[in-house]
Design a protein around this ligand. Structure first.
Ligand code: ADP
Ligand code: MG
Length: 732
């Protein structure tokens, strides 16, 4: 074996470089936590080998010969490997490096990709190791295959891992012994051995089970610590319910809260009344009445002498919030103005595209405290925005914001403000327990009365007449006095590629989000036709006979702000019949008279995004209709659309969405502030493990809040947090 060792020193150096470049694998720990995607046994029959397959074979070199090549320098070695019945050629273009080793009669284990040349099976430049009797006897039962790393042969990687394993000192185990024995999990050293050099599939399963649990425990311990820490922090303010502003607002509300809303309002009020800062996630379908509850909380804050900030993901949405909140408040929003209500306050809007004079006025109102309610986009996060006394932060449609952005805003308060995060995207339980695991959650399950059902159909654009029928349907609705949306995945031809390609920039950067990726794990996006844009659709509809005489508007992120605003206003006022738009309208837009939603190239959108879009219709007394037009009705994209069409249950769809995304996208930068580093735990499948670890972590932190009795676990967590921090710094 000594010769193998001596050759490996330079090999590991270069392996280390490729590992770092391709996967950020730097430490021994990183390497040993790389998850083999599959395992091979060595008993493949040569006759059963298929082209392209990666295989590992054990055999004897039957013959070997070197010949010079006509087309390139050097010589080529072909060694024939036999398993006793069948032969495979091993070919190398640098004969000299191998001809002294691959001599007839030696035993080798070789791994590589199967190919065919001149009707013979071959492995082109495979990895291999010479075997003596002892080495052959010591081979593990299964051979691991790691995720592909550019320029690094799996063979070399296996060897590098083996060297590291052999050099390893006994490992301290981050899992507390009582938990390990409670769940019958193997120790860390044994786990890593079973992961990388398993004898049986059962060992692989055991190793994975332990690492899954460990990841879940680390995550949950971090979250448990955060919850405890937060409970010890002082809130900026304990706010009692029932102040004059809230009371006046309640008196003039034109409807009564649903039972669900009452309950959540109670939960929020109880949080606000405590000095422990609220950290609550409010989830509820679009139109379930979250905003009213947020407004109540904001009014309470003002009653308590503090300010409230509402952070919205897009300018359209911030502006709409400003408009509707100002309208709901009436003269209560004219505090300090001549003729306004005495108990009222002022509501200001801060967006990126605001003129500098108006921005200066708004900033002055915010810093003086004259504005009790401040609504805005990312512009709220800028450094020059200073509050008089920020007591409550509300984040709308949270999936557009990362944790860091929430924290920037919270940092603008002198104490710790209360935090209410709202989302219309139903959050599966595993996500609630992880990504939002440090928050309390409230859920609105019923819609206010008077909402109508939405029907959804998939429109196969390749079928003759179907698209025409779609436009005709819009025509009928509009002539009956209703309105329609037509949504496209991008602005126009020539706009840069990607989902909603040309949309990024300024306040609208949230338009492309983590929901747009509908592809499954490791699946490659097939080549697809150019996406349809709003510009060409607008043209098309303007000359469409069945829409003759109807007023058609155009809305996308690249329009000047005033124009966007004017278009949205006109549509809301019923002065436009059809609105052709990008996903700027995805969240929060509320036009109850709109009844039809057509999504073009619907396969280009993620499940949750389609569900969000669909929520724009059926908000009034008329039934909603959603038509998902696609040119890819056959295949997986079509199945996804059919699934969306089949249910309006947001939780069911969220589960579907989760299954289709990579873990990295879920715990990815936008969500958790770190690149996905869950290797073994699956948020889509490991609900039970996560729930168990959550309970274990709570118990652990209750007994040992600073983990001083668990230094190994504390070390792993520290490393985890350090990386999260590093990722954050990298991004800013
Ligand atoms: P969400 O923010 O959850 O999408 P909103 O708070 O915007 O929902 O509510 C959608 C619409 O329903 C708004 O026009 C709102 O005024 C109205 N609404 C909210 N609560 C009720 C209720 N209890 N009864 C009737 N209408 C309601
Ligand atoms: Mg809303």
């Amino acid at each position: 074996m000594a010769h193998l060792d001596s050759n490996l020193a330079p090999l590991i150096a270069s392996a280390a470089r490729h590992l770092r470049n391709a996967r950020g694998v730097v430490t021994v720990g990183d390497l040993l936590r790389m998850r083999p995607t599959r395992y091979l046994s060595y008993d493949s029959e040569v006759t059963e080998l298929r082209d392209g397959e990666f295989v590992v074979l054990i055999g004897t070199i039957k013959s070997a010969h070197t010949r010079s090549m006509s087309t390139r320098k050097g010589s080529m070695l072909t060694a024939v490997l036999t398993d006793g019945h069948q032969d495979v050629d091993m070919t190398f273009f640098n004969a000299r490096a191998h001809e002294n080793k691959l001599l007839p009669g030696v035993r080798v284990i070789a791994g590589g990709q199967v190919g065919t040349y001149n009707h013979r099976r071959q492995l082109a430049h495979p990895g291999y190791t010479l075997l003596d009797e002892a080495a052959e006897a010591a081979l593990p039962g299964l051979y691991p295959v790691y995720p592909a790393i550019p320029k690094l042969h799996n063979w070399n990687l296996v060897q590098a891992v083996g060297l590291v394993l052999d050099a390893l000192e006994p490992l301290p185990d981050p899992l507390p012994a009582p938990l390990r024995s409670r769940h019958r999990l193997p120790g860390l050293g044994e786990t890593l051995r079973m992961l990388h050099r398993p004898e049986t599939r059962a060992e692989v399963a055991r190793a994975r089970e332990r690492l899954r649990y460990e990841e879940a425990l680390v995550l949950q311990t971090v979250l448990a610590q955060r919850r405890v820490q937060r409970a010890q922090e002082e809130a900026a303010l304990a706010i009692a319910e029932g102040g004059p502003l809230l009371t006046a607002f309640t008196d003039r509300l034109p409807f009564t809260l649903t039972a669900g809303q009452e309950q959540v309002a109670g939960e929020i009020a109880a949080d606000l009344a405590s000095t422990v800062p609220m950290n609550r996630l409010l989830q509820g379908e679009v139109g379930s009445g979250k905003t009213v509850l947020a407004l109540r909380a904001m009014l309470s804050a003002v009653d308590g002498g503090a300010q409230a900030a509402l952070l919205a993901p897009t300018e359209v949405l911030a502006t709409q919030h400003h408009r509707s909140i100002t309208a709901m408040l009436g003269d209560l929003a004219e505090g300090g103005l001549l003729g306004g209500s005495e108990i009222g306050t002022r509501v200001v809007l801060l967006t990126g595209s605001q003129g500098s004079a108006s921005r200066r006025r708004a900033l002055a109102d915010v810093v003086s405290g004259d504005a009790g309610i401040v609504i805005g986009t990312h512009a709220l996060l800028q450094e020059d925005v200073a509050f008089y006394n920020l007591g409550l932060v509300v984040v709308d449609e949270q999936h557009r914001f990362g944790v860091e952005q929430r924290d920037v805003l919270r940092g603008k308060a002198s104490g710790t403000p209360h935090l209410l995060v709202m989302t219309a995207t139903p959050i599966p339980r595993t996500i609630a327990m992880t990504v939002f695991g440090d928050m309390e959650t409230s859920t609105l399950t019923e819609l206010p009365a008077g909402r109508s059902p939405i029907q959804t159909f998939v429109v196969d654009e390749h079928r003759p007449g179907w698209l025409e029928r779609t436009w005709a349907r819009i025509g009928e609705e509009c002539r009956a006095g209703r309105q329609a949306y037509v949504v496209c995945p991008r602005i126009g031809p020539g706009a840069s590629g990607g989902e909603s390609g040309g949309e990024s920039g300024g306040d609208e950067e949230g338009e492309v989000d983590w929901f747009s990726d509908g592809f499954g794990q490791g699946e490659q996006a097939p080549a697809r036709p150019e996406m349809i844009g709003v510009l060409e659709t607008f043209e098309e509809l303007s000359t469409e006979a069945s829409l003759a005489g109807l007023r058609i508007g155009l809305l996308h992120g690249k329009l000047p702000t005033e124009e966007k605003d004017a278009v949205m206003r006109a549509f809301a006022a019923g002065e436009l019949d059809v609105l052709v738009a990008t996903t700027v309208i995805e969240v929060g837009v509320d036009v109850p008279n709109a009844t039809v939603m057509v999504v073009r190239d619907a396969d280009r959108f993620g499940v949750s995004q389609l569900h969000q879009l669909r929520g724009r219709v059926g908000r009034g007394g008329h039934p909603g209709l959603c038509l998902l037009a696609t040119r890819a009705a056959d295949g997986p994209a079509g199945e996804r659309l059919t699934a969306v069409a089949a249910t309006t249950d947001g939780f069911e769809l969220a589960q579907l969405d989760l299954r289709q995304r990579r873990e990295g996208d879920i715990l990815g930068a936008r969500q958790s502030g770190g690149r996905g580093r869950l290797q073994f735990l699956s948020l889509a499948h490991d609900e039970e493990t996560i729930a168990t670890a959550r309970a274990d972590a709570a118990e652990l932190i209750a007994q040992d809040p600073d983990l001083s009795g668990h230094p190994e676990l504390a070390g792993v967590i520290e490393e985890w947090l350090r990386r999260e921090q590093a990722d954050f710094l990298e991004k800013t």
